[in-house]
Design a protein around this ligand. Structure first.
Ligand SMILES: [Cu+2]
Length: 165
């Protein structure tokens, strides 16, 4: 007898409630793990508390070199444009690319099988949604993107966001 397995699609509404979060501090950063695969981020939605400091462990579990760029859409678009000329490079070191000042965001490039760890302080006043993206070769086009979900202490999405005037 043949069996057919149907795997349900994954969308944002199926993401389980975030576990309780104790925000990290500069003295005691919170550990956050993100896995880079061919060609997606795991988890696809990363919960962060505005103002907290995290130790971000970026693990490349894929076969290709990947990067994690954390920033709003303008930052993602800047890296996408900057890295376009370096798409599909010959084997060897990744060509050096750069973006205009102010559009750097956080960028961590990780080779296959490697892990890089950085300390990152989440801005306390975030005006635009923060995204995750990989702009190496055609990975962004392939959908290698993720999102940051801002949550309050305890992991509860704030019901109301206070905006500074
Ligand atoms: Cu990639």
């Amino acid at each position: 007898m043949l069996g057919i397995v149907v795997v349900a699609g994954c969308d944002a509404s199926s993401v389980p409630a975030t576990p309780a979060i104790t925000p990290g501090t500069s003295a005691a950063p919170r550990q956050v793990n993100v896995i880079l695969k061919d060609y997606l981020f795991l988890p696809g939605i990363v919960d962060l508390v505005p103002g907290e400091t995290i130790t971000l462990n970026v693990v490349n579990g894929g076969l290709d070199v990947h990067e994690l760029v954390l920033g709003p859409l303008a930052v993602q678009e800047a890296w996408e444009a900057a890295e376009a000329p370096a798409a599909n490079p010959p084997p060897g070191a990744t060509p050096v690319v750069s973006v205009p000042p102010g559009l750097e965001g956080l960028r961590v490039v990780v080779s296959s099988g490697a892990t890089r760890t950085v300390t990152y302080t989440v801005p306390s006043d975030i005006a635009e949604p923060l995204l995750l993206g990989c702009h190496i070769s055609d990975h962004w086009e392939r959908g290698m993107a993720g999102a940051i979900r801002l949550v309050g202490p305890g992991g509860v999405p704030p019901s109301t966001r206070t905006q500074s005037p």
